[in-house]
Design a binder for this molecule. Structure first.
Ligand code: 5RP
Length: 226
């Protein structure tokens, strides 16, 4: 098999470490929430190797659902899942307090919904995602189409520079504004403030419901931030 590039290897390593961490608690009743993106894809591939040891999954995007089904893994609608024991997903930025920016892949709304339902949230990243303060990665904001201009004006009022993500709509049929130049000192406060703007579906700050643990892979090994 072809060797993975170093960054992909780290993504695979944190994904495998997450599986090892949750595996003892898996049984045929367990539903696992699965994130979206290249790191989450490694988790899906690892999960496929133990697919007889859990019951089902819920997916945070159509892409993730397709990859899970491709491995023969059962995917439930979230509304049909009584419990989601754990949610595993990547991130675009991780601050030392485990607040995140997510949504680089555009799946932020469904990711936030599955994270809210899950009893535990594990974030998996390679060390390039660790930052001292959130905000260098442009903050994704999913908006109802007719509100795009209003939301962009309000976000500019918060000091950001909104840019529409060209040629992209989410699985929910909405556009995304990527907000550059935001200063994020109070991540939970800004998450709530932006979500209060009429027409915002959600924004990519995950601070109010942040992961209980972040599994970070670096060339030196695995570190758990909890
Ligand atoms: C998708 C996400 C992803 O978790 C985030 O973009 C990280 O992706 P990757 O693992 O490919 O770097 O939030 O909406």
């Amino acid at each position: 098999m072809a060797q993975l590039p170093p960054r992909e290897r780290l993504k695979r390593d944190c994904a495998r470490a997450a599986l090892e961490r949750i595996r003892p608690a898996l049984d045929r009743q367990t539903t696992v929430g699965v994130g979206t993106g290249s790191t989450a894809n490694h988790f899906i591939d690892a999960l496929a190797e133990v697919k007889s040891s859990f019951g089902a999954t819920v997916a945070s995007s159509e892409d993730t659902a397709a990859r899970l089904r491709g491995h023969g893994i059962r995917v439930l609608d979230l509304g049909d899942a009584e419990r989601v024991a754990v949610y595993v997903d990547g991130a675009d930025e991780v601050a030392p307090d485990r607040s995140l920016i997510k949504g680089g892949g555009g799946a932020l709304t469904r990711e936030k919904i599955v994270a809210a339902k899950a009893e535990r949230f594990l974030c998996i990243v390679d060390d390039s995602k660790m930052v001292a303060r959130l905000g260098a990665f442009p903050l994704p904001v999913e908006v109802v189409p007719m509100a795009s201009r209003l939301v962009a004006e309000r976000l500019a009022g918060l000091g950001g520079t909104p840019r529409r993500r060209e040629g992209f709509v989410t699985d929910n049929g909405n556009p995304i504004l990527d907000i550059h130049d935001l200063v994020i000192d109070d991540a939970a406060g800004l998450e709530a403030t932006i979500n209060d703007i009429p027409g915002v579906v959600t924004n990519g700050i995950f601070a109010i419901r942040r992961p209980e643990a972040v599994i970070v892979a670096s060339p030196n090994g695995i570190e758990i931030v909890a």
